[in-house]
Each structure stands twice: as structure tokens, then as C-alpha cells.
Design a protein around this ligand. Structure first.
Ligand code: NCD
Length: 307
């Protein structure tokens, strides 16, 4: 059974296929309207979400399928003490595909070992978020026309920001990308990712000074400080506004910089940046629907071939 738990579960070739299909979907969504007739997808969200859950649901509805699920742990039997394993065993008997977000790192991996149908990780704790990365990759492809030879700045909470972890993992597989890791000292990227960059001889630079590196960047990927992963509110308050991107800070940026953000935004991008043509984050959110449509089709086709 094929699942998507880590972005590395997909080859570079498969990612290109998904990007191609998603671009076709964006041009002509009506041609795909019936491909999932009679198919059901469950969204099991043990943590809050707007874009990820709704874009998955919209993706399945646009393919002609149906969706069911829950949007918080409190309204599921996990509040009575049911394990993820039991929930998934049961739900996989009802549907053709499961999309799961969980606050515990590794929960979707556990689910994939039990499920009778494909499981998609829609974010596990501070670990990974592969479908956000597919969204980001589609956005970079559509905005820049390439996925290689880019200087990619990742700014904000690099310790707990799962989207950053998956994106580095994905972009590391393309030629000549380099990473500029911009964070406060206390929110630096985890050591296992630094080890991976070192072992793969991928150039990177860690800094806490966004202004200094701005002129070098082709992509600036902003992230919020992940309040829900902090042990202590005082630390969150101290760190939350370390980086606030506004128009004045873009003065020395490239003319063709692409500014991405997985959203939700808190304060890290000022509203006055939204009208700048370099701001891609709302287009990025739309891309999330098309790439998820493509992913749903790919996993369902793989599941059909398995049986
Ligand atoms: C991200 C997430 O859930 O990790 N949001 C999203 O899926 N678009 C980023 C975040 O919550 O900061």
C-alpha cells in the first residue's frame, strides 16, 4: 500500500508528474471533475487547520468524490482514550483514503502501518508536512519556472516549523540549491537536518540577520513562531516578533524574489507586503488544492494497482 508520510516517499520523477498534473488541473479543472466519483476520503484532524483540511476536502469534492471526518481531537473518540491505531483501523474500513494531521510526531507513520487504505500525513507535530511541501514546490515551479539553482531563505521558527523541514528535504534533491537559514539562535533548524545538509554537501548558511542576506535570495519562505509547540509562553512572547517583513525591508531584495508563507500568518509579514507582486502566499494557498487533487489521484491509482 502506497502512503505519503515523508516527502522522500515520492521520487523526484513522481513529484514532476504531480506538478505537471496539478498545472493541467489549474488550467482546466472541469476535465477532472468525475475522476473520483464514488470515492470517499476521511480527514482525521487532531490539530487545528484551515488550508490543509479545506484544500484536501475541496480537492476531493472537485474530483467528484465525497469527504467525511473530524476537525479536532475533542470531537473524536481519542478524547475517550482511543488510540490512533484503533481509530485508523476502523476508519480505513469506511473510506478509500485517509488524510491525517496529528500533534504527535510519527502518528501518521503508525497509522500507515495499520490502515487498509492510503494514508497521507497532513502534518505531524513539529516533524514533517509533505503536502505543504508539494504545494510549495508547485508554487516555486509556477513562479520561477525551475526548482534548481535557487538560493532559498527560510525565516522564522526553523526548530518547530515542520513545513521548513520537509521543504529542505525536498529541495535538497535538486541541483545547485543553497539554503539560508534565518532564525533566532533559540529556534535554529534541528541538528538532524544540518547533518543531512553536511553529509550531502549542500551549501547552507545560518544567520539571525534577515536584512544582511536579503539581496542574495531567490525565494524567501517566511514562517510563524509555532506557539503551540513552546513549553513556556514567556519564551513565545519574547521570540514571536523577531522577524517582521515589511515593504521597507524589501528595498534591497531581488526584483524577482518570490515570498512564500505556508500560512497562517501572525505578524511576520506586514499587510503592506500583500500587494507587492513578489508576494506569492495567497497564490500558494490556491496551488495547495491542485497539487492535492493530483496526489489523491496518484495514491488511489497506486492502491488500485496493489489490489
Ligand atoms: C502550517 C502547518 O500546519 O504546519 N500550516 C499549513 O498547513 N499551511 C504552518 C503553520 O501552522 O505555521
Amino acid at each position: 500500500m502506497r502512503h505519503l508520510i515523508d516527502i522522500l516517499d515520492l521520487s523526484v520523477h513522481e513529484i514532476s508528474d504531480l506538478v505537471r498534473t496539478a498545472c493541467e488541473m489549474a488550467m482546466q479543472p472541469s476535465s477532472f471533475a468525475d475522476l473520483c466519483r464514488g470515492v470517499q476520503m476521511a480527514t482525521l484532524f487532531f490539530e487545528p487547520s484551515t488550508r490543509t483540511r479545506l484544500s484536501f476536502e475541496s480537492a476531493m469534492l472537485s474530483l467528484g468524490g465525497q469527504v467525511l471526518g473530524f476537525q479536532d481531537a475533542a470531537s473524536s473518540s481519542s478524547s475517550k482514550g482511543e488510540s490512533v491505531a484503533d481509530t485508523v483501523r476502523v476508519v480505513s474500513g469506511y473510506v478509500d483514503l485517509i488524510v491525517m494531521r496529528h500533534f504527535k510526531e510519527g502518528a501518521p507513520r503508525v497509522a500507515s502501518g495499520i490502515s487498509l487504505v492510503p494514508v497521507i500525513n497532513a502534518g505531524d507535530g513539529g516533524h514533517h508536512h509533505p503536502t505543504q511541501t508539494l504545494t510549495d514546490i508547485l508554487t516555486i515551479h509556477r513562479e520561477k519556472g525551475r526548482l534548481a539553482g535557487l538560493t532559498v531563505g527560510l525565516c522564522g521558527d526553523l526548530q518547530f516549523g515542520r513545513t521548513v523541514h520537509s521543504l529542505i528535504s525536498a529541495l535538497s534533491r535538486y541541483e545547485n540549491n543553497r539554503f539560508v537559514l534565518i532564525s533566532p539562535g533559540e529556534l535554529r533548524i534541528p541538528g538532524y537536518i544540518i547533518d543531512h545538509l553536511n553529509q550531502s554537501c549542500i551549501p547552507y548558511h545560518e544567520t539571525d540577520n534577515l536584512q544582511e542576506v536579503m539581496p542574495d535570495l531567490d525565494i524567501l519562505y517566511m514562517t510563524r513562531v509555532q506557539r503551540e509547540r513552546f513549553f513556556n509562553e514567556a519564551d513565545y512572547i519574547r521570540l514571536k516578533d523577531t522577524f517582521v517583513l515589511d515593504r521597507s525591508k524589501l528595498a534591497n531584495a531581488k526584483k524577482d524574489l518570490s515570498i512564500l508563507h505556508p500560512l497562517p500568518r501572525v505578524n511576520e509579514i506586514s499587510r503592506n507586503v500583500d500587494d507587492d507582486p513578489r508576494a506569492c502566499y495567497f497564490r500558494q494557498a490556491v496551488n495547495g488544492k491542485y497539487i492535492r487533487m493530483a496526489l489523491i489521484l496518484m495514491l488511489l491509482a497506486a492502491a488500485r494497482n496493489d489490489t
